[in-house]
Design a protein around this ligand. Sequence first.
Ligand SMILES: Cc1cc2ncn([C@H]3O[C@H](COP(=O)(O)O)[C@@H](O)[C@H]3O)c2cc1C
Ligand SMILES: O=C(O)c1cccnc1
Length: 366
Amino acid sequence: MHFDILPPDTALAPALQRKIDQKTKPPGALGRLEALAAQIGLIQGTLAPALRQPHVCVFAGDHGAARAGVSAFPQEVTWQMVENFLAGGAAINVFCRQGGLGITVVDAGVNHDFGRRPGLLDAKLGPGTANYLEQPAMTPDSVRAALQRGRELAHALAANGCNCVGFGEMGIGNTAAAALLTHCLAGAELATVTGRGTGLDDAGLARKLALLERAVARGGQPRDPFAALAEYGGFEIAMMAGAMLGAAERRMVLLIDGFIVTAALLAARAIAPAILPYCVFAHRSQEPGHRLQLTHLGVEALMDLDLRLGEGTGAALAFPLVQAAVNFLDEMASFASAGVSDRPCISISLEQEVQRTDNLGSPLGH
Ligand SMILES: Cc1cc2ncn([C@H]3O[C@H](COP(=O)(O)O)[C@@H](O)[C@H]3O)c2cc1C
Ligand SMILES: O=C(O)c1cccnc1
């Protein structure tokens, strides 16, 4: 499968930096927002970027291994939370409403029949994956189908005018799948990327790690992203990876959420490395493997709020910051337009200090 992603053209970088430096502020004083503004300018290939129709896609899917005890919650919570999303009552609904973001819930493979429902995209590839403790979670064909459906979804969003998309997920047991994928695609030790997820206690965490070690004893540690997704992935994770790749093909800004979304990105980046400059890393999750994923990618998250929810909540919460970066670049006055002096006076005062010490001797008395 080929994804046609060109890295953003960096020819505009010096002009963007000049524009940022001419704003009425000390150089660098808007900190990380300055780098973010430059990144979005490069993604859109303009000195005056704009975020249009920002949208969060929440990909939902069930995991065969959930029944084996890798999560503190039962598999049914996946479909129950999808109902909650559709009713507008989940955390992601609240934050999307607050930030003016649209939301689409995608049934990538939930073990439940929802029927035709407004706000729910039926992209179901099956009633959940197979149990990777016994066999590969997905067939190579379903991996390709998931990637392709995700890509088409992103292209459809772009065709509707959206140029900024946040990624979220729902799938009981998917921190376990994300740990396995991070083990495969970032070469991380399983123990360092296996976390408490929805809130396992110490005994639950030990059981989860023992189960994941059993899974690896069966399925190995494939480095190839298609093979890793087939062994351990979820329908929601693979479809999200396809949507990320499709979004980068359309030069959208990608808002990356927590541990599971970043696991999908590890697969997407292994398929097309040029995806990375399109990504904004919204927050650092409390799930310990997320820190390791970010280090592996050589990136820093915008915020650290001790979140460990998923659903795309970190991405939705980061959106106002991303909007602030674009707005300061577009709307803030320059030194010239506002008639503000852009010259710091530090060199003048040093000169004056030298003259003073020449006249009066050293102020330190030697
Ligand atoms: C009520 C509820 C709402 C959620 N919203 C997101 N997740 C999060 O928890 C799951 C991952 O954790 P684990 O691997 O331990 O199952 C995912 O569905 C994730 O999005 C939730 C979990 C629960 C229980
Ligand atoms: O980082 C995440 O996205 C996360 C962490 C714990 C549980 N669910 C999601």
